[in-house]
Design a protein around this ligand. Structure first.
Ligand code: CTP
Ligand code: MG
Length: 393
């Protein structure tokens, strides 16, 4: 039997990330800053990898970059290829095209995208691909101009005839290569469509998207953060845990060592407050519970600091492009008194989760000497975590 053959021609996404972001005012290139828990770059790369029509991604990074590209990409890093960029955007694209031309089976189509445009909706990729499917040599997302425009002479320019051009831009690979080889103007082009236009090809406009704005100037990053967080959906999770009190054990509670006659025994350091909090976060994510990620029977977790579990849960939220908004804990015990340790616990928990202390609440209660906590046999804890995640999945 013959293997099934794909009838759609190969489509490669080129993601440009070799710029220095000099206009953004940040101390790292803008594409490496975190946006809703993951790098700007990872947003763009992730959007392409998630699209069914994109076959592969080539990432163009600075040759002498001091930034840890792998760290900025996380697990996505294993699913892309890398090539070194050049001194200008045009050089970076040309380098990527030369790299792809070296493939045994070069792509028929390419998408060229500024990584500094992290808000890349799947629909825009879909519109560009549809234009290529219809036989276009090139396509680009455009938006209408809504502001009044004046020239440097003060005269009004007719905005009805103007469009704002975004990326990704879609091309037949050979045509984009030809355009790059033919470019002789001393002016540096700011995108690829204008180069293809210069060799006489038509560029099909498709609808752009406000989320595709480029991060360029100081303040753009924060604006993008607000824009993209509108797509986040709030989720709440709850957690509950109990551990036995025993003489001679250290009492780890809320991430700190609390002086007390007894300590908690059990899984890891038995920090019952952290365990409840981890379950609350995992509950909000819909990703099981602490025992499913860190089985109590596994010897590697014996005596382990529960901080690790909390950091893991916070990383799971970040990996999904989410944020932790708030955590509220209730510790249930007759002794020790929690009040004197409340602020230290809040600070420690906030630190491990990577949030502000104002986003963490620690409360305590007794059970009026009733039940297991009343008899001082153990300490119980409850937690509620509120997080926001992209979309509803
Ligand atoms: N880019 C690139 N190689 C270059 C210059 C730019 O890959 N030599 C990429 C940038 O990383 C960015 C995109 O091209 O994703 C658009 O460029 P721009 O917004 O100008 O980014 P920077 O050049 O990094 O910023 P600035 O011009 O403010 O220095
Ligand atoms: Mg630039």
């Amino acid at each position: 039997m013959r293997p099934a053959m794909s009838t759609t021609p190969r489509l490669t996404a080129i993601v440009l990330a070799a710029g220095s972001g000099s206009r953004s005012g940040a101390n790292v290139p803008k594409q490496y800053r975190l946006l809703g828990g993951k790098s700007v770059l990872a947003h763009s790369v992730g959007a392409f990898l998630a699209h069914p029509r994109v076959d592969d991604v080539l990432l163009v990074v600075a040759a002498d970059g001091e930034v840890d590209v792998r760290a900025a990409l996380g697990a996505l890093g294993d699913r892309v290829r890398f090539t070194a960029g050049g001194a200008t955007r045009r050089d970076s694209v040309a380098g990527a095209l030369a790299f792809l031309a070296g493939d045994a089976n070069p792509p028929r189509h390419v998408l060229v995208h500024d990584s500094a445009r992290p808000g890349l909706p799947a629909e825009v990729i879909g519109r560009l691909v549809a234009a290529l499917d219809d036989g276009a040599a090139a396509a680009m997302p455009v938006l209408p101009v809504v502001d009044t425009l004046v020239g440097s002479d003060g005269n009004v320019v007719d905005r009805a005839a103007l469009r704002r051009v975004q990326t990704p831009q879609a091309f037949i690979f050979d045509i984009l290569r030809a355009a790059h080889l033919a470019w002789t103007s001393p002016d540096e082009p700011t995108d690829d469509a204008q180069m293809v236009r210069a060799i006489g090809d038509e560029i099909v406009p498709v609808d752009g998207d406000a989320r595709l704005e480029k991060i360029t100037l100081p303040g753009d990053h924060e604006r993008m953060e607000r824009l993209l967080s509108q797509n986040l959906v709030s989720r709440t999770g709850m957690g509950f845990d109990v551990h036995r009190l025993e003489k001679g054990e250290a009492l780890w509670l809320g991430g700190i060592l609390v002086p007390h006659s007894h300590g908690l025994s059990g899984h890891s350091d038995a920090d019952v407050a952290i365990h409840a909090l981890v379950d609350a976060i995992l509950g909000a994510l819909g990703e099981g519970d602490i025992g499913s990620h860190f089985p109590p029977a596994d010897p590697q977790w014996r005596g382990a600091s529960s901080d690790k579990f909390l950091a893991f849960a916070a990383e799971r939220v970040a990996a999904q492009g989410g944020v932790i908004d708030h955590a509220d804990l209730t510790i249930i015990c007759e002794a020790p008194k929690i009040g004197p340790h409340r602020e230290a616990m809040r600070a420690r928990l906030a630190d491990v989760m990577g949030v502000g202390i104002g986003q963490v609440s620690v409360k305590a209660t007794t059970t009026e000497r009733l039940g297991l906590t009343g008899r001082r046999e153990g300490i119980a804890a409850q937690a509620v975590a509120t997080i926001r995640l992209p979309g509803n999945r």
